[in-house]
Design a binder for this molecule. Structure first.
Ligand code: F6P
Length: 276
């Protein structure tokens, strides 16, 4: 595209990735969002580190939402996370740690002595009227909602709360900021991590709410030009499963390998590769 010859067209031209950007006839809201997005892209090799908070008291009780503190094993994970960071994150001296504003993520970051940012946008999906209930209680007290959520988990919005689509929208500034960063560890929640993970892994929207993101696992994303590589490092500290399969209120994952994306490498923190 040439500014003189093609002046009547809307286009964004990147020269040498983003050492120079030409924005021609960009006017609508969507076009300007795209221009902003493109301006934030870079191709420097980098990792993005992700973790859920350590196991919480609510996780032990099978309750959703809330602002609970960590269980004993959750605290163990927060200590272990410091070791994992030092062991696995190159240049960890320059790391920045992002958490949500909820206590369980900040408690998980308590032994990480790096600059921290607490983002409201990283708070867990708001379960509205169901906050503080177990899935069994949701199924009993709000049977129609329970079925509707299973039917279309991406679009279902809790009464007085949020849907996965809502979470994605509020994550936009995080994604923009992340595209610009080189060394970040994000400690957040199951639903939020699914959304971030799905963005980098190009997972279709309707599948993203069903992805497996277990507790006590450090995830490394390595964005490349046409794909993102993933490594999961398990911390070897037991935790409950907070995964609810479709059609049941019970917690726990069947050993369905399809939930682990092709190309993911799973290692234990002892260094042993356990699956791929
Ligand atoms: O159970 C842990 C939790 O983080 C809840 O607080 C939250 O409501 C839930 O996971 C989100 O997962 P799902 O969308 O599968 O219900």
């Amino acid at each position: 595209m040439d500014v003189t010859r093609d002046s009547e067209y809307s286009f964004i031209k990147m020269i040498n990735v983003n050492s120079q950007i030409i924005i021609n006839k960009v006017s609508s809201y969507l076009q300007s969002r795209i221009a902003f997005y493109v301006m934030n892209l870079h191709i420097k090799p980098r990792y993005i580190w992700l973790s859920r908070h350590g196991e919480s008291q609510y996780n032990l009780e099978g309750k959703i939402g809330g602002d609970a503190l960590l269980s004993e094993r959750g605290v163990q994970y927060s200590k272990k996370l410091k070791t994992l960071v030092e062991q696995y994150i190159p240049n960890h001296e320059k790391l920045e740690v992002w958490t949500s504003t909820l206590r369980r993520t900040q408690q998980t970051a308590q032994y990480l002595d790096y600059p921290k940012k607490h983002w409201k946008a990283l708070d867990e999906l708001d379960a509205g009227s169901c906050d503080g209930l177990t899935y069994d209680e949701v199924a009993e007290q709000f049977p129609e909602d329970f079925a509707a959520r299973d039917e279309n988990k991406f679009e279902y919005r809790y009464r007085g709360g949020e849907s996965y689509r809502d979470v994605i929208i509020r994550l936009e500034p995080i994604i923009m900021e992340l595209e610009n960063q080189e060394n970040v560890l994000i400690i957040t929640h199951q639903a939020v991590l699914r959304c971030i993970y799905a963005y980098f892994m190009n997972v279709p929207q309707e599948e993203s709410p069903w992805m497996s993101i277990p507790l006590h696992t450090l995830i490394r994303l390595e964005p490349r030009a046409y794909e993102t590589l993933v490594t999961r490092i398990k911390a070897d500290i037991p935790a409950v499963s907070t995964y609810k399969e479709k059609g049941t209120a019970k917690l726990g994952e069947s050993n369905d390998k399809s939930k682990i994306l092709a190309g993911e490498v799973i290692s234990s923190s002892s260094g042993a590769k356990v699956a791929s």
